[in-house]
Design a protein around this ligand. Sequence first.
Ligand SMILES: *[C@@H]1O[C@H](CO)[C@@H](O)[C@H](O)[C@H]1NC(C)=O
Ligand SMILES: *[C@@H]1O[C@H](CO)[C@@H](O)[C@H](O)[C@H]1NC(C)=O
Ligand SMILES: *[C@@H]1O[C@H](CO)[C@@H](O)[C@H](O)[C@H]1NC(C)=O
Ligand SMILES: *[C@@H]1O[C@H](CO)[C@@H](O)[C@H](O)[C@H]1NC(C)=O
Length: 175
Amino acid sequence: MLSPLLSVTAFAALVHGHGYISSPPMRMPGNATTAACGRSVVADIVRDKTSHVEGLPELAAKDAGYKAAQCNLWLCRGVQFGDNAANVQAYAPGQTVEIKVALTIPHAGSANVSIVDTKTNTIVGRPLLSWPSGYADERQFYGKTLPANQTDFNVTIPTTLGGKCATAGECVSCL
Ligand SMILES: *[C@@H]1O[C@H](CO)[C@@H](O)[C@H](O)[C@H]1NC(C)=O
Ligand SMILES: *[C@@H]1O[C@H](CO)[C@@H](O)[C@H](O)[C@H]1NC(C)=O
Ligand SMILES: *[C@@H]1O[C@H](CO)[C@@H](O)[C@H](O)[C@H]1NC(C)=O
Ligand SMILES: *[C@@H]1O[C@H](CO)[C@@H](O)[C@H](O)[C@H]1NC(C)=O
C-alpha cells in the first residue's frame, strides 16, 4: 500500500505553562520569522524558548515589523516554516514517535498532542494524545519531578489523514 509520509515540523504538545518540546526538534525562528513577526517576537523566543504565546500579541503589536496575518502568532508562536526546512520530520502512517517535553514552569491544566493543518490552523482528525486535566500539575512538581509519562511519551501517527500532511510544512505540531 502506498501511503504518503507525514511531514511535520517540530512536534509539540499544547501546554498551559512554560515548556518546549526537546525531541523532535521544535521550530526555531530566523529571518523569515523576523520578516513576518518583527524582531521583538523573535528576540523573546530566542531568549527563552519556553516563553508562552499569551504574552506575544502585546509585544508584537509594538513592533513596526509585525505583520499579523503573515506572522500568525497563534500557530507555532509565529515561527515560520521558511526558517525550519532542516527541521522537517517525515513519519510513516502507523509509526511510533517518541516525544520529549521540557517543562520548566508547570501549571496544571489540560494538554493535547495534535497534528495541525497549517493552512487553516485546525486540528487534523482527533488528538493523538489527550490529558483532559492534571497535566503538568505543579503540586506534583516542586521538589519532585512530574510523572515520566507526561514528559516522555509515544504517539502513533494515524493511518488516515484524509490526504493531508504529504508535503513538508503542510502539517505541524507545535506550542
Ligand atoms: C538573515 O539576515 C541577516 C541580516 O539581514 C543576514 O546577515 C543573514 O545572512 C541572514 N541569514 C540567513 C540564513 O539568510
Ligand atoms: C483536547 O482535545 C479534546 C478532544 O478533541 C478537546 O475537547 C479539548 O478541548 C482539547 N484541549 C485542548 C487544551 O486543546
Ligand atoms: C502515568 O504515570 C502515573 C504514575 O507516575 C500513573 O499513575 C498513570 O496512570 C500513568 N498514566 C498513563 C496514561 O500511563
Ligand atoms: C516509545 O517507543 C520506543 C520505540 O518504539 C520504545 O523504545 C520506548 O520505550 C517507548 N517509550 C515509552 C515511554 O513508552
